[in-house]
Design a protein around this ligand. Structure first.
Ligand code: GLP
Length: 249
């Protein structure tokens, strides 16, 4: 596992964009399709801004890109301003001119969420291994919406969000009651089906959970701890989130 502790969230975004750009340029040269695993939440916002800037100003070409998202709230339609599909459209897809048939997310308003989870698992399974998977991390150690629980489901599933997550995400809604209490999330099996996992964490609220990467334990109480088992993980933090890592000394 590689740790990079950078000055601030802007530097974190630039570094993550560099990693994505490198793989995109090399595959674009060969005319190969690029599979990007994408995340939502506040952590990747500056990264998406940077990718859009490079697309507009430097010609970073997204025409060979297919994107696969991690999760979606149950019950929110794609026109709901807090659905993850809406978020992706607003914060990335509309700006990089990616065709709608090359972006994948679970359907939040599917009639049968359990069935939708199975459909998404199969769909992602049939896609090639992603070149990069971008991840944020919840303050409770969740990745995507894999909440601390025992047992953890390995495959795409419907999850009951913890009180902590509902409260943390209520900042995006008018009030806590509006936050969906369930979501469809990829399990660790699909998250691991990526050649390179890049986890972004910024701000003081993430320092405690980030410092837990320094212990040697893997536990379902902290789903992110399983990342220690993946062969290529880069954790990029700003100084605030990375203060417990002390890796640049
Ligand atoms: C959300 C998402 C995760 C995200 C995490 C952290 O609920 N499901 O994919 O990484 O929680 O969010 P943020 O980046 O806003 O701190």
């Amino acid at each position: 596992m590689e740790f990079l502790v950078l000055k601030d969230s802007k530097e974190v975004a630039v570094k993550a964009a560099d990693i994505i750009e490198e793989i995109m340029r090399s595959k674009n040269e060969k005319g190969e399709e690029i599979y990007l695993g994408l995340a939502t939440g506040s952590s990747p916002l500056k990264l998406y801004e940077e990718l859009i800037r490079r697309h507009r100003e430097e010609g970073l070409d997204f025409s060979n890109v297919t994107t696969v998202n991690l999760d979606e709230y149950v019950g929110l339609s794609e026109s709901h301003s807090q659905s993850y599909r809406y978020y992706m459209r607003e914060n990335l897809f509309n700006e990089i001119e990616i065709p709608i048939n090359k972006v994948y997310l679970p359907k939040g308003n599917a009639d049968n969420p359990e069935e939708e989870a199975r459909r998404y698992e199969k769909l992602v399974d049939e896609l090639p291994v992603r070149d990069i998977q971008i991840l944020g991390i919840g303050v409770n150690g969740h990745i995507a919406f894999n909440e601390p629980e025992n047992p953890l489901s390995s495959v795409t599933h419907v999850v009951n969000l913890t009180k902590e997550t509902v409260e943390a995400n209520s900042r995006f809604f008018n009030n806590v009651d509006e936050v969906p209490k369930t979501a469809i999330t990829m399990g660790l099996k699909q998250i691991f089906r990526s050649k390179h996992i890049v986890l972004i964490a910024t701000g003081n609220t993430k320092s405690e959970v980030v410092s837990k990467f320094m212990d040697n334990y893997i536990t379902t109480d902290n789903p992110s701890s399983f990342l220690k088992l993946h062969p290529k993980v880069t954790i990029i933090t700003d100084e605030k989130a990375g203060k417990g890592l002390k890796v640049n000394d």
